[in-house]
Ligand binder design. Structure first.
Ligand code: ZN
Length: 300
C-alpha cells in the first residue's frame, strides 16, 4: 500500500508531507494506458494533488489540481480528498516521449512552459475557492512551489518524481512538500536550504532503498523530526451506475430520444477510470419515462 506521512521539525517551524506513490501511479498507468512521458507528468500531478488533499482541515473538502500548458499534453486534472484518495485524467495519455539534457523524461516539454496551475478547493457548501498561478517550467514541482508562494503566501519546497523501468512500468514514484511555518527562524531556514540542496531526487533515494521516514529524516537533518500521522493513499474512483445515469439524464428528454432512435443504447465512459457503463434500450426508455413524468409535474 502506498503511504503518506506528515511530520514537523522538533522546533515546530517546518512541516513536511512526504509520500511514496509507486502503486498509485502504476494503477493510473494501467487505467489510462499511458506513454512514459504522460505517465511521468500525470504521476507528478497525482502525487501533488494527494499531498494537497491532505493539507485540508475540512472533512468534506476536495481539492482539484489542474495543470494547463501549451505542450503536447495540454491538460491534466487530479482530484483528491482528505482520506488519501486521488483520481484524475489527462487530455493526451500518449504524448510523445522525449528525454532532456539530464537524460530524464522531458515532462517540461510535454506540459509546456506557458500555461497555468489552477487549484479548486471545494467543500460543497459555498462557491469553491479558486487559486491560480502561471507555469514556471512545466516540470510540475517548480510550478507547484510557485503556486504556494504566490497564491497561498506559503514558502514551500516541492519535490516530485517517478522512475519507470525500460518496459514502461512504474518502478518508483513519490514526492514531498516542505513548508516553512510563519515563525520559522533564519537558522532553521539556512539549515533547511542546505539540506534540500544536498539531497538526491526522491526516486533516486527510493532506488537506494530509503523509505519515506528515512528521506524525511535526511531532509530534516539538524532539525529533528517529529512524526505526526501516517495515511494509506490510493488511486480510487468513486463512479457508479447511478451517478452515470444522472449524468446521462441531465442531457434532457429530447436528446435521449434522439440517442434511442439513432443508436438504441448509450455508452458512457468514466474519465477517471475508463470504466464503461452501457445503458440498453430498456434503461433509456425508463429514463425518458422518468423525465416525461417530471415534465408533467412541473407543468402542473
Ligand atoms: Zn470511474
Amino acid at each position: 500500500m502506498s503511504q503518506l506521512m506528515t511530520a514537523l521539525s522538533k522546533n515546530h517551524e517546518v512541516r513536511i508531507y512526504i509520500t511514496n506513490t509507486t502503486e498509485v501511479v502504476e494503477r493510473a498507468r494501467e487505467l489510462h494506458d499511458l506513454s512514459p512521458v504522460s505517465c511521468a507528468a500525470f504521476g507528478r500531478v497525482l502525487t501533488g494533488a494527494l499531498i494537497m488533499g491532505m493539507m485540508s482541515k475540512i472533512e468534506k473538502e476536495k481539492v482539484t489540481l489542474q495543470i494547463k500548458g501549451d505542450g503536447e499534453i495540454k491538460h491534466i486534472v487530479a482530484v483528491a480528498d482528505i482520506h488519501g484518495h486521488v483520481k484524475g485524467y489527462l487530455s493526451n495519455p500518449l504524448a510523445e516521449t522525449h528525454v532532456n539534457d539530464l537524460g530524464k523524461l522531458d515532462v517540461g516539454k510535454a506540459i509546456g512552459k506557458n500555461g497555468e496551475v489552477i487549484v479548486l478547493r471545494d467543500w460543497g457548501l459555498t462557491d469553491p475557492f479558486v487559486g491560480r498561478s502561471e507555469l514556471v517550467s512545466g516540470e510540475i514541482a517548480e510550478d507547484l512551489a510557485a503556486f504556494f508562494a504566490k497564491s497561498e503566501q506559503m514558502p514551500s519546497a516541492v519535490g516530485l518524481g517517478e522512475q519507470l523501468d525500460p518496459t514502461g512500468f512504474v518502478k518508483h514514484a513519490g514526492g514531498f512538500i516542505v513548508q516553512l511555518l510563519p515563525e520559522a527562524s533564519e537558522e532553521t531556514i539556512t539549515q533547511l536550504e542546505a539540506n534540500l540542496n544536498g539531497v538526491d531526487s526522491v526516486t533516486r533515494m527510493f532506488e537506494q532503498g530509503m523509505d519515506i521516514h528515512m528521506i524525511a529524516n535526511q531532509l530534516f537533518a539538524g532539525l529533528g523530526l517529529e512524526e505526526l500521522e501516517m495515511y494509506d493513499v490510493s488511486y480510487t474512483c468513486d463512479c457508479h451506475e447511478d451517478k452515470m445515469k444522472q449524468a446521462l439524464m441531465s442531457i434532457g428528454k429530447s436528446e435521449l430520444e434522439t440517442i434511442m432512435a439513432e443508436d438504441g443504447q448509450a455508452e458512457l465512459i468514466c474519465h477517471f477510470c475508463n470504466h464503461k457503463y452501457l445503458f440498453d434500450k430498456a434503461a433509456l426508455e425508463e429514463m425518458i419515462a422518468t423525465l416525461s413524468k417530471d415534465l408533467i409535474e412541473i407543468e402542473e
